[in-house]
Design a binder for this molecule. Structure first.
Ligand code: PLP
Length: 387
């Protein structure tokens, strides 16, 4: 923050794949506003759905009541995930937090209260709230907060199977770890398990890896799926924790049994956000976005492949439209006041591309509506900067 200059990065408008600053200069949103924007900014169908819903029912609680947009969206998401029930919240971390609590309570209701442990991937990231942080594994995000996190286990290490409440994994790619691609073999043990499986599709969901959900490519059968980010196409905060009927049933009982999940947020399943999500899913289906993603993936792979040979590039990792270009910090001037990652993304910004680094990894996660020229132009600019 000491180096952040608000006046230099003040976006006042978004249209299609571009953000516009106060001077009217346009920037290609090469990071899809942190993996949220799917069909470009201010998509007319999504903004129209928002406007219509805002004029009809702005908000009503999901605590002991419901509304048509939440009902319809829950049904749509059930069809898409093959999980039966939806628990709504606003941010991704809230969906993860709910998933962890649902898993714990599920085992209590099933007379296995000893199942309290969570197992995650090495280098995992599931959000910044206390529970989500606990099942994450990136020191920068959690090392200072040991006082409010709980102990967890890593999938590759030995653990007591009978104590595990749930495995939680990011499918295929660990975005926050710097677009790390997880070897497929690492998911094998999850196919035969007694604990629950939580798949976190917050970064990968809704087409970014080429299929609607990344877990489809891994042949996993999750019990719980967390959705967020692109659920509304990037227009509004909304997340969902999808669960199977078997899990849902564990929360049903007579009032004096208190089996319900004592967990909820004021704006959970806000009608305007749900309407945006419904419009987003409509656009996703109608505009053949998944087919387009397959075509774009081939273009992206071809263009980023050229970057691999640059001396300042240590590695290039990509799956679908999620790509990370890792820089070799030893090839950069160590006296520079900025990290290599920031000096490169700042130079890209001057050339009209907006992204940010994760450490020394340059993120390239273009919207699904990007075209060949935009992808090639970003890669050309990056090659120029690194040259
Ligand atoms: C895999 C994954 N899970 C959870 C989250 C947290 O989502 P949010 O930032 O909406 O809380 C993120 C955010 O980047 C993520 O990448």
């Amino acid at each position: 923050m000491a180096q952040f200059d608000a006046s230099a990065r003040m976006f006042v408008r978004g249209e299609g794949n571009y953000l516009f600053d106060t001077h009217g200069k346009q920037f290609f949103d090469a990071i899809s506003s942190v993996w949220t924007i799917l069909h470009g900014h201010c998509h007319p169908e999504i903004t129209a759905a928002i406007a219509e819903q805002a004029q009809t029912l702005d908000h009503s609680t999901l605590l002991g009541a419901t509304h048509p947009s939440a009902e319809e969206l829950a049904d749509r998401l059930s069809d898409l995930t093959h999980l039966d029930r939806a628990f709504f919240a606003s941010d991704g971390a809230s969906a993860v937090e709910a998933a962890l609590k649902i898993a714990l309570q599920y085992w209590q209701s099933n007379a296995k209260p000893e199942r309290t442990r969570f197992v995650h991937l090495v280098d995992a990231y599931h959000g910044d709230t206390a529970g989500a942080m606990s099942v994450s594994d990136i020191p920068a995000f959690k090392s200072r907060f040991g006082a409010i996190t709980f102990e967890t286990q890593i999938l590759d290490d030995a653990f007591e199977d009978g104590n595990v409440a749930a495995f939680i994994v990011e499918p295929i790619v660990q975005a926050a770890a710097g677009m790390r691609i997880v070897p497929r073999a690492r998911y094998e043990s999850l196919k035969d398990r007694s604990a629950l499986l939580i798949v976190d599709e917050i970064a990968t969901g809704f087409g970014r890896t080429g299929t609607l959900f990344a877990f489809e490519q891994l042949d996993l059968q999750p019990d719980i799926v967390c959705l967020g980010k692109s659920l509304t196409g990037g227009a509004l905060p909304l997340s969902a924790t999808m669960v199977s009927e078997r899990i849902y049933d564990a929360f049903l009982g007579a009032p004096d049994e208190s089996k319900q999940l004592f967990h909820g947020h004021s704006y959970a399943g806000n009608p305007i956000a749900c309407a945006a999500a419904l419009a987003n899913l409509e656009v996703l289906e109608r505009s053949r976005s998944l087919e387009r993603t397959t075509e774009l993936t081939a273009i992206l792979q071809r263009e980023v492949a050229e970057l691999k040979s640059l001396p300042k590039v240590r590695d290039v990792r990509a799956t679908g439209l999620m790509c990370g270009i890792e820089l070799d910090p030893q090839r950069f001037d160590s006296n520079h006041s900025l990290t290599p990652g920031w000096s490169v993304t700042n130079a890209l910004f001057e050339r009209g591309h907006f992204t940010r680094p994760i450490g020394n990894v340059i993120q390239f996660v273009p919207p699904l509506t990007s075209n060949e020229g935009e992808i090639a132009d970003f890669c050309r600019s990056l090659a120029e900067v690194l040259g």
